[in-house]
Design a protein around this ligand. Structure first.
Ligand SMILES: Cc1cc2nc3c(=O)[nH]c(=O)nc-3n(C[C@H](O)[C@H](O)[C@H](O)COP(=O)(O)OP(=O)(O)OC[C@H]3O[C@@H](n4cnc5c(N)ncnc54)[C@H](O)[C@@H]3O)c2cc1C
Length: 373
């Protein structure tokens, strides 16, 4: 097995760095140990701020494992790569795939300085712009992403920023602004907007300039919060129901398969999940055409119902009244607060209504990840 990435690790990736329960559980199953990652920040509670100014705190269950955590992608991706090497995969960093030729028995990938490499299956985990997809002539004009999101690291944040905060600001809906906690008084702060929504991507500079000074955001970050380094922005693809998932022996995963959640813009768990599904399809040992069919079927089964439910919820949150009502309902009682927090971070039960096969006892009470620690 060979893994090629054009970056040299550790490297930054424009991201909110938030790990959902799905990402945490899959990381645990893959053997990822958070202990040596000093920047790994478990999340104890989420605070949701409604466009009305109302704020509701949702504590995550304690003592039953982790449901959410934040870790800079610089450290998280490097840890995943170490895990991959330890599992026996040959890893080549700093080399880009620049071309691909496919045939009935496999593919030949052209790598920068290395040249031609022959493979039975190619898993294209090459992100939002997927050069492999583009080289194969499969990219379309709506491959610019459904969301556009912006991120900045901030230091010297106040104690309120130890929780994970989401602000449904009226002008950003159905998008939102966030502050995700990191150790040592730091936070990952950013916002995302829906492409084609009320805010044009070109008009986001002015939002950046005043975002941290909005009273409800400043009151959480504190008066001494200082932006670090540069701002970054990147598109988010969220259309797994109509993305190209395979092409001959090529399986697209993660952002290359537009697998990001259409409601929250979270894609780390989905990238891990599609990667695992691709691996399982390859392990069937069947010819490429069957591997591709197994993969497409498993992605549809695991992700498309969740995607459709996220699209319904996205439409609710697109209106101020919808966002206000959602926060009010979620915070109505202790029971709704507890279950909303789990529902928000657990991708799996979010589409329960639409997926009867998930109706089993305990689906809303399964422990989080790393419960044995
Ligand atoms: C601002 C922002 C905030 C976000 N916040 C969150 C969050 O809090 N939680 C969450 O779960 N998701 C979040 N996401 C989404 C998440 O970042 C992506 O869904 C996730 O990174 C997808 O992983 P991936 O491995 O598919 O792609 P990527 O992480 O983009 O990785 C693609 C890899 O392919 C390599 N590559 C590219 N081209 C080539 C080539 N030609 N040859 C070889 N290698 C190549 C790159 O170097 C890179 O390492 C956010 C996204 C944005 C933009």
């Amino acid at each position: 097995m060979l893994l090629v990435d054009k970056a040299t690790f550790p490297r930054d990736k424009c991201c909110g760095d938030g790990l959902t329960t799905l990402a945490l559980r899959l990381g645990e199953q893959l053997g990822l140990d958070p202990t040596p990652i000093g920047s790994w920040q478990p999340v104890g509670a989420a605070v949701i701020h409604s466009p009305s100014g109302r704020s509701v705190r949702f504590p995550l269950p304690r003592g039953e494992g982790r449901y959410a955590a934040v870790v800079p992608r610089r450290d998280y991706d490097a840890a995943l790569l170490r895990l991959t090497r330890a599992a026996g995969t040959e890893v080549i960093e700093g080399q880009a795939a620049t071309g691909i030729e496919v045939d009935d028995t496999g593919a030949t990938v052209i790598i920068d300085e290395i040249g031609r490499i022959r493979a039975t299956t190619v898993v294209a985990a090459d992100g939002m712009w997927s050069p492999i997809r583009r080289t194969l002539g499969l990219s379309t004009s709506d491959d610019r992403g459904q969301w556009h999101a912006f991120r900045q690291y901030v230091s010297n944040v106040g104690p309120e920023a130890a929780d994970l905060h989401v602000w449904f600001e009226g002008d950003l809906l159905p998008g939102y602004a966030w502050s995700f906690p990191l150790p040592d008084g730091r936070a990952n702060v950013g916002f995302g907007i829906l492409r084609g929504g009320p805010v044009a991507v070109g008009a986001t500079g002015r939002i950046w300039d005043e975002l941290m000074d909005r009273p409800s955001i400043r009151s959480v970050l504190g008066d001494h919060a200082l932006p670090e380094d540069r701002r970054t922005a990147w598109p988010i693809p969220a259309k797994v129901d109509r993305a190209v998932l395979t092409h001959g022996p090529v399986l697209f995963v993660g952002d290359a398969a537009a697998a990001t959640d259409a409601l929250t813009g979270e894609g780390i768990g989905q990238a891990l999940l599609t990667g695992v599904l691709a691996g399982q399809a390859v392990l069937s040992g069947l010819p490429p055409v069957d591997v591709a069919e197994i993969y497409r079927r498993s992605v549809r089964r695991e992700l498309v119902a969740d995607h459709r439910m996220s699209m319904v919820l996205q439409a609710v949150l697109a209106r101020q009244a919808g966002a206000r009502a959602a926060v009010r309902l979620a915070g109505a009682t202790q029971w709704t607060r507890k279950n909303f927090a789990r529902w928000m971070f657990e991708d799996y039960p979010r589409a329960l209504l639409a997926t009867p096969r998930r109706w089993s006892r305990g689906v809303m009470s399964a422990p989080g990840a790393y419960a044995a620690r």
